[in-house]
Design a protein around this ligand. Structure first.
Ligand code: HGY
Ligand code: MN
Ligand code: MN
Length: 416
């Protein structure tokens, strides 16, 4: 294994520097996809990659590709990537830690005068979070052939703005066709966003796969009426129905403990006035489990409970299953390079499945893919207090560096 090592201090200060793009008073980050803050951090990344000697291109989904030449540039690039967008009350590390660790790898290779055999490509994927534009992992999904470009262009946020209009507004609707080139492999570093690594005092997660997810949108329609003069037995209260459905959704996960999770994260009440019985409530459902058969059983239980509660409360309920992704496993060779790098560097590590979704889950459909996790404080993420430690980020970036160079040597040495 080569003696290369990243500059952990530079990497940490780069993460702290970019946290200002969309930074919040509480020390978190609000950098919604295709917002002005997203444009600012994109512009910053393009400048930094160009000054690191990369050729930067943008595709029709706004994905950013920063290519570093190798010795044999006819080979498909080995890619390193993640996402720059965040949740509305997100943290400094979700997504961007992976992009900046990739930038640190490029910077380290430059300083060492180390040229890989295959070219490298640092990638930012547009709209990983799926918070502003749903479904999530949208642009990596188009790259992998999961979604059609025109389907994504028409998606509207809750203010009625379309994806394509916002992409054009921030100047990132590139010419390049999305998915126009093969990747030799793809590695993504990410904070774990859960409690396992910290609880077991491990520096590195060797991610073997990802659990399945099913997303739904439910619209409950009752009848608006006066809060004071409408007797209880004459009400069609959409909020009461929604509350019972939320409780039922929580119970469905508990019924499939310990691995199932369920979340109602977004609720919109109409007319949302304190003395009007809610006539309509829109809410979202997020179900996840590592076993797709259990997830299907949870789907059946969800539909049944929503139907029964609607009848009991005398309202209408419309449930739409708007996105699913099956559980998956990463590429064995990539997993081994991640594990071997962690082992060789002396970092305590363990295999684990990702509870969160990542662009890697779609890229794994078109290229050998592996992921590296680093611990985050108290396992908290999608929260402004999201945090990790400089030594964890440096360890993760070193594993990334060595997994990528080892993969390159193993796969491409013969073509030298
Ligand atoms: O929802 C997820 O799992 C990811 O954070 N987008
Ligand atoms: Mn993420
Ligand atoms: Mn996230």
């Amino acid at each position: 294994m080569n003696k290369l090592s990243v500059n952990g201090e530079r990497l940490w200060s780069t993460i702290m520097e970019t946290a200002k793009f969309g930074g919040t008073d509480k020390g978190g980050v609000c950098r919604l996809t295709l917002s002005d803050a997203d444009r600012q951090v994109r512009d910053w990344l393009v400048r930094e990659c160009e000054s690191a000697g990369c050729a930067v291109s943008i595709d029709e989904m706004g994905n950013i590709f920063a290519r570093r030449s190798g010795k044999v540039n006819t080979l498909p690039p080995i890619a390193i990537g993640s996402h720059l967008d965040t949740q509305p009350s997100g943290g400094k590390f979700d997504g961007i830690a992976g992009v900046l660790s990739g930038l640190e790898v490029l910077r380290t290779l430059n300083e060492a005068g180390y040229t890989t055999i295959a070219p490298l490509e640092l990638i930012n994927w547009t709209n990983e979070e799926g918070s502003r534009f749903t479904p999530p992992m949208l642009a990596s999904g188009v790259f992998a052939g999961v979604f059609e470009r025109d389907f994504t262009y028409a998606i509207e946020d809750r203010d009625g703005k379309t994806f394509v209009a916002e992409l054009e507004r921030i100047g990132y609707r590139g010419e390049r066709k999305c998915g126009d080139h093969k990747l030799g492999a793809y590695f993504e570093l990410h904070i774990e966003q859960g409690p396992v690594l910290e609880a077991e005092n491990r520096m590195i997660g060797v991610v073997t796969g990802m659990q399945g997810q099913r997303w739904y949108e439910v619209t409950v329609t009752g009848q608006e009426a006066h809060a004071g003069s409408t007797p209880m037995h004459l009400r069609h209260d959409a909020m009461v129905a929604c509350a019972r459905m939320v409780e039922a959704i929580h119970e469905i996960a508990l019924n499939h403990a310990p691995l199932a999770v369920s979340t109602v994260g977004l609720v919109a009440v109409k007319p949302n006035s304190r003395n009007v019985i809610p006539g309509s409530v829109f809410f979202t459902v997020d179900l996840r489990h590592p076993d797709d058969n259990v997830l299907l059983q949870m789907d059946r239980e969800l539909r049944e409970r929503v139907d029964n509660i609607a009848k009991e409360t005398d309202v209408q309920a419309k449930l739409v299953n708007n996105w699913n992704v099956a559980s998956m496993e990463f590429n064995e060779e990539c997993i081994n390079h991640v594990r071997n790098a962690a082992e060789a560097l002396g970092y305590r590590h363990r295999d684990l499945i990702s509870g969160a979704g990542h662009d890697a889950v779609y890229i794994a459909r078109v290229a050998p893919t592996g992921m590296i996790f680093i611990p985050c404080e108290h396992g908290i993420s999608h929260n402004e207090m999201e945090n990790t430690k400089p030594e964890y980020v440096a360890a993760g970036a070193n594993v990334l560096l060595h997994a990528v160079t080892a993969y390159d040597e193993a796969r491409n040495a013969a073509t030298r």
